[in-house]
Ligand binder design. Structure first.
Ligand code: ARG
Length: 461
């Protein structure tokens, strides 16, 4: 049965009804909706709108529905296939279970504030769960960083060799990104966790429900301050999807790095069988599909962010049915992000660093040229001039087919009289790393400290 009977004499077109229906996906809100329904019923009781006995019957009916739908197959029953949405589903089941009194539950409420409260409750739970999933992924970064705590890796800019770093330092860069993501998520949660119920269709309600009490019962931090805004606001979904897009962007970058590092050409990382796939044709292949999918799936979450903004941008106040489109966007964002985080963690547990190759590559191709320039600075030369001198030495070394450490002292002294025997120590891999000992640098003692800090942040032992 439709929820809007009286005004209509004609039937709803079959195709439009299917087009209009959202039960197929918004059934996911059912527990949140039932929870808010029960609090609404009790608020009506406290306001003297419903007698206690009816509140009790309604509350028990709602509980019975919750029990029935813990079996997901219940929702798939063919007789529910024409259900419009999760809200009408609850009302129909309630009336079936407890009779006409079930129709009283919608007193002083509209589906507009009902859907808003259910979505916020649902999303709050998902935010709490996602925060855990991000933290688990951060822990796997830490575990991997600890396993290879003192192993070097070449660092890149422009994908050209830049300077030696520790592999752990590289991993902790991604830890930082995910920390910011968690901070953003906590901030989004503040705007999600506000109660819109009691806003009615858009103007408020004639019944004296205690909104502050309902907020406290449902664990909200407060109540919305404007009924028109409350029923049409989806900013919190835009914010959440934006947080998710940024987090996916970080996962995609990590995926890209690991894909590159696992190529034959780089060969720093070995992917385990658990996260790789083969080729149907080429027997030798082992492909990083897990990482490619993470990189690929970031695109759809970016799309969801654009969809949310575009959907909302032309809406006059207050509620418009366009807003129903927020749900599949939101649900797919949650699922894609959650799955991508889990697969990222699985990948991190199934990779190995090729220590020797990474170490050798870290100091090859003049990655210590900056350290040699800094050496001249310590000997008294202005940095810009030191840069120039080392640039010319690099050209000379390339011609000779040698690394900087393979040049003789005499060869170096042709470029500057400041060079002495100690230059060779200054450009060793160890010196290059140890030298970067300011906060945030790649020196082993710095990285160890940051690892300790990171562990404390995510409660890892
Ligand atoms: N299924 C609708 C949604 O998700 C519920 C609200 C419908 N309200 C209305 N006045 N049509 O937005």
């Amino acid at each position: 049965m439709n929820l809007w009977g009286g005004r209509f004499t004609g039937e709803t077109d079959r195709h439009f009804a299917a087009f209009n229906a959202s039960f197929r996906f918004d059934r996911r809100l059912i527990f949140a909706d039932l929870q808010a329904c029960a609090v609404h019923a009790r608020a009506l009781g406290r306001a003297g709108v419903l007698p206690d006995a009816e509140v009790e019957i309604i509350t028990q009916g709602l509980q019975k529905i919750a029990d029935l739908v813990t079996d997901p197959a219940f929702l798939d029953r063919p007789e529910f296939s024409n259900t419009e949405d999760v809200h009408s589903f609850i009302e129909s089941r309630l009336v079936e279970l407890i009779g006409q009194v079930g129709y009283k539950l919608h007193t002083g409420r509209s589906r507009n504030d009902q859907v808003a409260v259910a979505t916020r409750l649902f999303l709050r739970g998902e935010i709490e769960r996602l925060d855990d999933v991000i933290r688990d992924t951060q822990r796997t970064l830490i575990e991997l960083a600890e396993r290879y705590e003192s192993d070097p890796l070449p660092g890149y800019t422009h994908l050209q060799k830049a300077q030696p770093i520790l592999f752990a330092h590289f991993l902790l860069a991604y830890f930082q990104m995910l920390s910011r993501d968690r901070a953003r998520l906590a901030d989004v949660k503040k705007r999600v966790n506000v109660l819109p119920l009691g806003s009615g269709a858009m103007a408020g309600t004639n019944f004296p429900v205690d909104r502050e009490w309902m907020a406290a019962e449902l664990g909200f931090d407060g109540v919305t301050r404007n009924s028109i805004d409350a029923v049409s606001d989806r900013d919190y979904i835009v914010e959440f999807v934006s947080f998710a897009a940024l987090t996916m962007m970080h996962l995609s970058r990590l995926a890209e790095d690991l894909i590159i590092y696992s190529t034959q050409e780089f060969g720093f990382i070995k992917l385990g069988d658990a996260i790789s796939t083969g080729s149907s044709l080429m027997p030798q292949k082992k492909n990083p599909d897990s990482l490619e999918l993470i990189r690929g799936k970031s695109a759809r979450v970016f799309g969801h962010q654009m969809a949310m903004l575009t959907m909302a941008k032309g809406l006059p106040l207050a509620y418009n049915k366009d807003l129903q489109e927020d749900k599949e966007t939101l649900f797919d964002t949650i699922d894609t992000l959650s799955d991508s985080l889990r697969v990222t963690a699985t990948v991190l547990r199934n990779i190995e660093l090729n220590r020797e190759r990474a170490r050798a590559a870290a100091i090859r191709d003049y990655t210590n040229a900056t350290d040699l320039a800094d050496y001249l600075v310590r000997k008294g030369l202005e940095f810009r001039k030191a840069h120039e001198v080392i640039g010319r030495i690099v050209v000379f070394a390339i011609e000779q087919g040698k690394e900087l450490g393979e040049l003789s002292l005499a060869e170096c002294q042709q470029f500057s009289p400041l060079f002495e025997q100690d230059l060779f120590d200054a450009i060793s891999l160890e010196s290059s790393l140890v030298g970067k000992r300011q906060t945030g640098g790649t020196a082993p003692e710095q990285v160890r400290q940051e690892l300790t800090r990171a562990k404390a942040e995510v409660g890892a032992d």
